[in-house]
Design a protein around this ligand. Structure first.
Ligand SMILES: [Zn+2]
Length: 101
């Protein structure tokens, strides 16, 4: 269990790239009457990052050219958080066994 925990922790990478959220791609309607988007031909798609800030869900626009970097940050974050969730499970088990050091 300790060896597995060490291996999991060793798999963490680039914590400075942590960016929590979900990347979305959505079309948008503009404000001009008579535009084609009013007939269902939406503008975009544009990229957004759905994030939780202060317990509320927010959608942040991802500027063009930053989609790949944003996706890479989100991906490394999800990978790290999956590893940390497993480390936490191991530590919880160690606590139950009164073996948490
Ligand atoms: Zn429009």
């Amino acid at each position: 269990m300790l060896a597995r925990r060490r291996r999991l922790a060793g798999g963490l990478s680039e914590p400075e790239r942590t960016l929590r959220g979900v990347l979305l791609s959505e079309g948008r309607r503009c404000s001009s009457e008579g535009c084609r988007c009013r007939r269902g031909e939406l503008h975009g798609p544009y990229s957004y990052l759905a994030v939780y800030v202060d317990g509320r869900s927010r959608t942040i626009y991802v500027p063009q050219g930053l989609e790949d970097a944003t996706a890479a940050h989100v991906e490394v974050t999800q990978r790290n958080e999956a590893l940390l969730a497993e480390v936490s499970q191991i530590n919880l088990e160690l606590l139950r066994r009164r073996a948490l050091e």
